[in-house]
Design a protein around this ligand. Structure first.
Ligand SMILES: [Zn+2]
Length: 319
């Protein structure tokens, strides 16, 4: 991916592209921002920039360096996944430190991506600080963390900090349109709104959107249409298994309710369940149900108790 293809965050992109065009690219960067804002993706773009062999704009996306970076096989890109046990230990940081003094194998610069540093202890940060204070030539460190304030001030002061913000739902939907051409813009927009612009979450949900969640959502809608409260209660109690599962079901339910709305205003080509809803319920009622599903999805994002959530959702949908 090229820098300009990265979604939203225009200021960060502008500053980074200026740095990339200058002769003084920072030797250490912190990328911070909430989950799903694209920290890892941006770190990957910077790594690609470091190993790009093009004389023109970097990363070019075409040279041997870029291609190896894209396929995760570049010897001069070192990635540490901070969520793995021991990955951010003092020993691990010392290993990075000694490795960084070895010249790049084939690229202009070596890149060390140290991702998800939220749990990096001060002692390990101090070990890292030593190399940030006297960095070897042609090495770039990219640290990602949810907030730079988690890290020691001494580490922050040795790095350039770039903060990412979630894109607007419209920007998010625009971006996703290329990835999921089969989905309508409205569908992408409502998924983007539900996930607060967390593109990674939307992609995961669409890619993992399982049969199971869709079937459960269909059964739930069917029970709502037939006004079978007890049946619905048994179905909604299955949402207590996990927050991810519940939110995937609600996303599918919202998709179905969107279809029901389209069916209720006479748009053809919708699913059987939507046709059934349009026959049995008034458009006003269908709108209300759709609104309630959206409300429930928002409630789910807060720290709600999942055991109560199913019961509450059942009474909300039957109201
Ligand atoms: Zn290149």
């Amino acid at each position: 991916m090229k820098l300009e293809e990265f979604v939203a965050n225009e200021t960060v992109k502008y500053e980074l592209s200026r740095a990339m065009q200058s002769d003084a690219f920072p030797h250490a960067l912190i990328i911070d921002g909430a989950r799903g804002t694209g920290k890892k993706t941006l770190a990957g773009i910077i790594a690609q920039f470091c190993v790009c062999l093009s004389d023109g704009e970097k990363p070019c996306g075409k040279c041997a360096g870029c291609l190896k970076a894209i396929h995760n096989s570049h010897p001069d890109i070192d990635i540490t996944d901070g969520t793995k046990p021991g990955a951010l230990s003092i020993e691990a940081v010392r290993k990075i430190r000694s490795d960084a003094f070895i010249k790049p194998n084939e690229a202009p610069k070596k890149a060390y991506l140290i991702l998800d540093c939220d749990k990096m202890l001060p002692a390990a940060q101090n070990a890292l600080l030593k190399i940030l204070e006297e960095p070897p030539a042609n090495v770039v460190f990219v640290i990602t963390v949810s907030s730079a304030n988690i890290l020691l001030q001494t580490v922050r002061s040795r790095t350039r900090i770039y903060t990412l913000y979630p894109p607007l739902p419209e920007q998010c939907a625009d971006y996703l349109q290329d990835k999921f051409p089969e989905k309508s813009f409205d569908e992408l927009l409502s998924a983007a709104k539900l996930s607060d612009g967390n593109i990674g979450e939307v992609i995961r949900a669409f890619e993992n959107g399982s049969e199971e969640t869709m079937l459960l959502a269909q059964d739930m809608m069917d029970a709502v249409i037939r006004r079978k409260e007890y049946e619905l209660l048994i179905l909604t109690s299955r949402l207590s298994s996990s927050r991810e599962f519940a939110s995937a079901v609600l996303r599918d339910l919202l998709e179905i309710s969107g279809e029901c709305i389209r069916a209720s205003v006479g748009i053809e080509g919708t699913s059987d369940i939507a046709v059934k809803a349009a026959e049995k319920l008034s458009p006003k009622k269908i709108y209300k149900i759709s609104e309630n599903i959206e409300k429930a999805a928002n409630v789910l994002k807060s720290n709600v108790n999942l055991n109560f959530f199913g019961t509450w959702l059942c009474s909300l949908l039957m109201s």
